[in-house]
Design a protein around this ligand. Structure first.
Ligand SMILES: NC(=O)C1=CN([C@@H]2O[C@H](COP(=O)(O)OP(=O)(O)OC[C@H]3O[C@@H](n4cnc5c(N)ncnc54)[C@H](OP(=O)(O)O)[C@@H]3O)[C@@H](O)[C@H]2O)C=CC1
Ligand SMILES: O=C(O)[C@@H]1CCC=N1
Length: 272
């Protein structure tokens, strides 16, 4: 089977992460094409990845087997409505936009369009991405496999039975990298305050994050047990965890993730 030609409409942060990750997994540059409204962004991508680019989205619509929509939610309607209705036969549309429903996409792209909604995350650039996927009934089994193989090239993916769960995936893993970056930022600041040189605090915090996640992914016990194993009775970690608990960290995380999912649902209504 010949490899599909995959077109990225909108070549910003997330498209760059996906393209970079795919090229590291033996996807050929000749099979990728990206478009962006900014010619300088197209030029930057050509230099960085040696892939073809265009400032005309219609070029991608005509020749790509898979069209991956990676523009901001606020411009998605205009981008979709401007695409020609006559696109490459059998084309699969994958939208990675937060808060844009399949119903809206189908309204803008034409009834019966095969659409997969996907929520990826930026660690895809390093092949460590996580994606939630939802397919409309028009998507064939072969197209589901096509979508899965694209996202699995840059990490792991999970299929969802209900579209509304995409908002929950956004709250956990789509936006999730930012939560970890924020915690690491705070750990670096606190480490510096405790007297470490900033670059030392940064290395310690970053590699602790990497080590903890790697250990948890490969462990046969759950993360709560791994946490308990670091906490010696009446020791140092216990004091730190008690401070997190008494100052309301679990509730803060719950509130933040609820706010994230609520915003995704709000965007679906605003941008429908
Ligand atoms: N960033 C993330 O971590 C994640 C993002 N997403 C989703 O991915 C999508 C893209 O996000 P992100 O990559 O951060 O955004 P960016 O703004 O970095 O990328 C979007 C790119 O699309 C360009 N663009 C705007 N209008 C058009 C057009 N008409 N045709 C072609 N290109 C156009 C933008 O140019 P200009 O700057 O000039 O507008 C920009 O370069 C969003 O819908 C977001 O919800 C999903 C998961 C994670
Ligand atoms: O912040 C956002 O809206 C996007 C979606 C998930 C990550 N970034």
């Amino acid at each position: 089977m010949t490899a599909p030609v995959i077109g990225f409409i909108g070549a910003g942060n997330m498209a760059t992460s996906l393209i970079g990750g795919m090229l590291q997994k033996n996807v050929k540059p000749a099979n990728l094409i990206a478009s962006d409204s900014k010619p300088e962004q197209c030029a930057a991508l050509e230099r960085q990845f040696q892939i073809r680019t265009s400032t005309d989205n219609a070029v991608l619509a005509a020749e790509c087997d898979v069209l991956l929509l990676a523009v901001k939610p606020q411009v998605m309607q205009d981008v979709c409505r401007a695409l020609p209705r006559e696109r490459k036969p059998g084309q699969l549309i994958i939208s990675i936009a937060a808060g844009i429903s399949c119903v809206s996409l189908e309204n803008w792209l034409g009834a019966g369009t095969a659409i997969v909604r996907c929520m990826p995350n930026t660690p895809s650039l390093r092949g460590q991405g996580v994606s939630g996927l939802y397919a409309t009934p028009a998507v064939s089994e072969a197209q589901r496999e096509q979508a899965e193989s694209i996202l699995n090239a840059v990490g792991i993916s999970v299929w969802l039975d209900e579209e509304k769960l995409i908002d929950a995936v956004t709250a956990v893993s789509g936006s999730g990298p930012a939560y970890f970056f924020y915690l690491i930022e705070a750990m670096i600041d606190a480490g510096e305050k405790l007297g470490l040189p900033r670059d030392t605090a940064e290395r310690l915090a970053l590699f602790t994050g990497l080590g903890a996640a790697d250990m948890a992914v490969h462990s046969d016990v759950d993360v709560a047990e791994l946490r308990r194993r670091v906490c010696s009775p009446n020791g140092t970690t216990e004091r730190a965890i008690e401070t997190f608990r008494s100052q309301g960290l679990p509730k803060m995380v719950d509130d933040a993730m609820q706010a994230c999912a609520d915003r995704a649902a709000e965007m679906s209504r605003e941008l429908a």
